[in-house]
Design a protein around this ligand. Structure first.
Ligand code: GUN
Length: 280
C-alpha cells in the first residue's frame, strides 16, 4: 500500500501561504498581477486558464485576461506581449500553450520579459536553471520538487528516472533532480528497454502523455511514482500511470486528478508573487 501524495491539499496549503505574502505586498502598495494570454478555442486550455484565474482570485492576485481568436497574427501576438511587458500592473505573463500551429511558440516565449516569465520557459530562465542561478522555474517540475520535499522523499544519491524530454517538464525536471544530487536518467520515445530502465528508479516521474502506460512492469517495489500525465479519455481524466496496477507496489504515488496538476497551478502563483516582490 503506497502513501498517497496529496497534491490538492499541498496546493491548498501553499495558496494560504501565498495569500499571506500577497497581503504583505498589498500593505506596501503592490498588487501582484498576472496577465494570461489565451489564443484559440482549445477546450483544455480554456479550462486550465479558468482554473488559473480562480486561483489568482482566491489569493488576491489581480489577473488580466487576454483572449484572442485562433486567427491572430504573430505581429499581433508580439504586440500584445510587448504591452504586457511594459505594463507596471503586470508582474507575470503566461502565454497558454499550445499555440495554434501558424504561430511561433519559441518566438512568443522568448519575447516575454525574462523577469515576468512566471512559466519559467524563457530561454534565459531555462539557461539559469542549467547554470544554477536563481530565476523563475517551470511550474510543473518545480511543483513536483515541492511535493517530494513535503513528503520527505530523499533524493541525494538516489536513482531518478524521468520519462519525457519536453522543455516544459522532462528537461527542467531532470535538472532540478540533479541539483538535489539524484542520479538522473531521462528516457524518451527512442529509449531501448524502457521498462528495464524504469525498474531501476527509486523515483519514477512519468511525463509521457499516454494514458495508463506505466504499469507494474515499469516499477521497482518501494519506488516513489510521480504521475505528470493529464489525459482526457472516455473514462475521464487519467494519468500516464496505471494507478490501480502500480499503487500496491509503490511506497508513495501521486493520484490523477489531485496530484501534480494543482501543484503546477500553485507554483504559477508563487512565481507571480516572487516577480511582484522583485519589482519593488
Ligand atoms: N500548457 C500546458 N501546461 C502549460 C504550462 O505549464 N504553461 C503554459 N503556458 N501552457 C501550458
Amino acid at each position: 500500500m503506497a502513501m498517497i501524495i496529496d497534491g490538492k491539499q499541498l496546493a491548498a496549503d501553499t495558496r494560504v501561504q501565498i495569500a499571506e505574502q500577497v497581503r504583505a505586498l498589498k500593505s506596501r502598495g503592490i498588487v501582484p498581477g498576472l496577465a494570461v494570454i489565451l489564443v484559440g478555442d482549445d477546450p483544455a486550455s480554456h479550462s486550465y486558464v479558468r482554473m488559473k484565474e480562480q486561483d489568482c482570485e482566491e489569493v488576491g492576485i489581480a489577473s488580466f485576461d487576454h483572449r484572442r481568436s485562433a486567427g491572430i497574427t504573430q505581429d499581433e501576438l508580439n504586440a500584445l506581449i510587448d504591452s504586457c511587458n511594459e505594463d507596471h500592473a503586470v508582474h507575470g505573463i503566461l502565454v497558454q500553450l499550445p499555440l495554434p500551429s501558424h504561430l511561433d511558440e519559441e518566438a512568443a516565449l522568448a519575447r516575454i520579459s525574462a523577469e515576468k516569465d512566471v512559466d519559467g520557459l524563457h530561454p534565459m530562465n531555462l539557461g539559469s536553471l542549467v547554470r544554477g542561478i536563481e530565476a523563475p522555474r517551470a511550474c510543473t517540475p518545480w511543483g513536483v520538487m515541492k511535493m517530494l520535499e513535503r513528503y520527505s522523499v530523499e533524493l541525494e544519491g538516489k536513482r531518478a528516472v524521468v520519462i519525457g524530454r519536453s522543455s516544459i517538464v522532462g528537461k527542467p525536471q531532470a535538472l532540478m533532480l540533479l541539483e538535489s544530487n539524484a542520479t538522473v536518467t531521462v528516457c524518451h520515445s527512442r529509449t531501448v528497454d524502457l521498462p528495464g530502465i524504469c525498474r531501476e528508479a527509486d523515483i519514477l516521474i512519468a511525463a509521457v502523455g499516454r494514458p495508463k502506460m506505466i504499469d507494474a512492469d515499469y516499477v521497482k517495489p518501494g519506488a516513489v511514482v510521480i504521475d505528470v500525465g493529464i489525459n482526457r479519455t472516455a473514462e475521464g481524466m487519467v494519468g500516464d500511470v496505471d494507478f490501480a496496477a502500480v499503487e500496491p507496489l509503490a511506497s508513495a504515488i501521486t493520484p490523477v486528478p489531485g496530484g501534480v496538476g494543482p501543484m503546477t497551478r500553485a507554483m504559477l502563483l508563487a512565481n507571480t508573487v516572487a516577480a511582484a516582490s522583485r519589482s519593488t
